[in-house]
Design a protein around this ligand. Structure first.
Ligand SMILES: [Zn+2]
Length: 247
């Protein structure tokens, strides 16, 4: 049996059998992985408290036949605020599901680990996480190479001023002519596209400084949501929870 250590963020926890739990973790050095916590539901130990969702831990794993086993979990930072505030919990759960769905298992994704950690720290202190959430979505897509095309028409490559629609199915903006043959288009403005590009490059602690004149945030939300659903071919479960909390 071999062992390995790394920092890890707990994304999700589910029951396994009578007494165990399985955690979904994003680790700094080994990517996204699942690990079992033996007897987690029987013991009321600090170890179990340290593995609550969104916590940052120093983790030690033993490799197992099917599932690796978490054998140590030292708490580095408890994101308790994110578990106690319903709105923040809804955002953090949504991000965890997004990463769970999009990030392949056991691939080196150190950049995503660092970005998720920075985003959770920002969310902890943030009063209005809407922009942060939009930035989170576009950046995760960018990191994984799924970014929507925002510069030229995805159908014909036209980069002129006639980009007036966004097609989630096609994966980006479409010109007026190509849009005539497509369904489910979202009307977009140049300001919307500029804003979305700025969301993907601006320091996440300074998103409020991005120029918002002429920008329809509802359009940005719809573009990202439908783009993500089209890539996954399904809606995210936590989206429903987020919608109900924000309603
Ligand atoms: Zn076109």
């Amino acid at each position: 049996m071999s062992m390995y250590r790394t920092r890890a963020l707990v994304l999700k926890s589910r029951n396994l059998g009578e007494a165990d739990r399985v955690l979904l973790l994003l680790t700094e050095d080994y990517g996204k992985l699942e690990a079992a916590v033996k007897g987690a539901r029987r013991q009321r130990s600090r170890f179990v408290g340290n593995t609550l969702p969104f916590n940052l831990i120093n983790a030690m794993f033993f490799t197992g036949k099917n599932l690796d086993q978490l054998s140590q979990a030292e708490l580095i930072h408890s994101f308790a605020v994110l578990r106690e505030d319903l709105v923040k919990m809804a955002y953090a759960s949504y991000w965890a599901e997004l990463i769970g769905e999009f990030v392949p298992e056991r691939e080196n994704v150190q950049e995503i680990f660092k970005f998720l950690l920075a985003a959770l720290i920002t969310l902890e202190k943030c009063d209005a996480p809407d922009l942060l959430n939009l930035a989170f979505q576009i950046r995760i897509l960018n990191y994984l190479g799924y970014q929507p095309e925002l510069e030229t028409c995805v159908s014909c490559g036209d980069g002129s001023a006639s980009l007036v629609h966004f097609s989630a199915e096609e994966g980006g903006v479409v010109c007026r002519r190509c849009g005539a043959d497509l369904r489910d288009l979202i009307p977009v403005s140049r300001n919307d596209l500029r804003f979305l590009t700025a969301l993907s490059t601006t320091d996440i602690r300074k998103l409020n400084q991005i120029e918002q004149t002429g920008v329809q945030l509802g359009t940005i939300r719809a573009m990202l949501r439908r783009f993500i659903e089209a890539r996954l071919d399904k809606p995210l479960k936590t989206q429903v929870f987020l919608d109900s909390v924000l309603a």
